[in-house]
Design a protein around this ligand. Sequence first.
Ligand code: ADE
Length: 278
Amino acid sequence: MSDDGQTGPSADEPSGPEPPRAPIEIEILTLFPGMFAGPLAESIPGRVQSRGLATVRVHDLRQWGLGRHKTVDDYTYGGGAGMVLRPEPAAAALAVLRRPDSTVILPDPGGEVFGQARALDLSKRSHLVILCPRYEGVDERIRAMIDLELSIGDYVLSGGEIPAMVMVDTILRLLPGAIDAESTAEESFTAGLLEYPQYTRPPEFEGVAVPATLTSGHHEEVRKWRLKEALRRTWRRRPELLEGRQLSREESKLLAEVSHEENVRATDETTRSSETAD
Ligand code: ADE
């Protein structure tokens, strides 16, 4: 692997409109091209492609298979269950598809964990080639052909197709023009935090009312409420995300309020449960 890790945008980084750029091109090498038709043709990924912001091409790896049977896999040397992807079909496919500007990606459970910062980094590149392994894995010599090994989490899927779809979907929606500017602004407003709670109609459901601030029509109060609740949710569920984040002055102040409120709440709960036990 020859790729450097990237860090995400800091909270204070300027985010002006980006200049127009050539559509990103993504090549997917797979033994199951049919798997991609649905997920990448619908919704945001489909729209991004029909708007010409990206071109995704799916290639059947078997066309580079060996011999009359177009073989792509074989038994593992040393014995053991399962078949391993041979290096020749991957090398032949990459000899055709690789360009000087390519980033060649291998979905692999042992790779760097794919996150939003890496997705943003990849969305700025011009040509991605994703080689989807099947079988029990890949011949070790394939790794030398790869720029970046990426895992989508600590579990093992039956192939690289679903991870490739996850990556492509995440990358495509980050392209300028893929989703409306307001959603992008919302995302950068709370970048690195979990989403704030959202409500729609009815104003009250089974005794739970929509927080009054959200129906007040006071935009600044709504903005502050959302930021604070995004911080609260992150503090409760994924505190480690806050450790790696540079907080603005406003975020630090709101986080101090959250931490105070949450400590008071925890103390109240402890008191209540000890009273019930008595
Ligand atoms: N292939 C199998 N499992 C995977 C995972 N979790 N991430 C990426 N590629 C995989």
